[in-house]
Design a protein around this ligand. Structure first.
Ligand SMILES: [Zn+2]
Length: 186
């Protein structure tokens, strides 16, 4: 900030306070040259980014929705909220510099690009839920590509936890038994 009194660009923040609703931050600053104190306000710039969905309808970009979808991919993974927030910041910034309208597929691709470098399990989860692979082969390819780079056992455990697998097996067995029983009655 340029000092309003002497024009120097060197200042320090001596106090930061959030507004009651959290939408702005008020900072007290002091010029390092002339010691003059002044106040600045920092506010969220309202994004006018619009998302073009696959069905061609538009909707306003929703940062919280994006953050929630990424957070879901990181469920039970050891990634800090700070990393998540940084990631969302970066993606939003990149999207905003790209123009006013962005296809949802581009957003998905951006997220995947980031996830790939941070957490491969989260990457696969996001890809399977939000990106929707074109076909099964593509999904298998992605798993194989990752599998070559990380221990496949670890990946297997993450994607198919032992409890879940056992539970699924039980459900499958029960429904098989049910089917046999029903069949016997017919
Ligand atoms: Zn000054």
């Amino acid at each position: 900030m340029r000092c309003p009194k002497c024009g120097s660009r060197d200042d320090k923040v001596i106090d930061s306070r959030q507004s009651r609703d959290g939408s702005s931050i008020r900072r007290r600053r002091q010029c390092l040259k002339c010691k003059y104190r002044y106040t600045t306000y920092e506010e969220i710039e309202r994004s006018d980014l619009r998302v073009i969905k696959t069905n061609r309808t538009h909707e306003p970009f929703d940062r919280r929705k994006l953050a929630a979808s990424i957070a879901k991919a990181f469920e039970k993974r050891s990634t800090s909220l700070l990393t998540l927030e940084d990631m969302v910041d970066e993606i939003v910034h990149e999207l905003e510099t790209g123009g006013r309208e962005v296809p949802s597929s581009v957003i998905g691709a951006r997220v995947l690009e980031k996830l790939r470098g941070i957490d491969e399990v989260a990457y696969l989860r996001y890809a399977s839920v939000y990106q929707r692979f074109q076909d099964v082969d593509q999904f298998v390819d992605a798993i194989h590509t990752l599998g070559r780079r990380i221990k496949s056992n670890a990946l297997q455990r993450e994607l198919f936890p032992p409890e879940a697998t056992k539970e699924n097996a039980n459900v499958a067995r029960r429904s098989r038994e049910g089917a046999i029983k029903n069949h016997g009655r017919v």
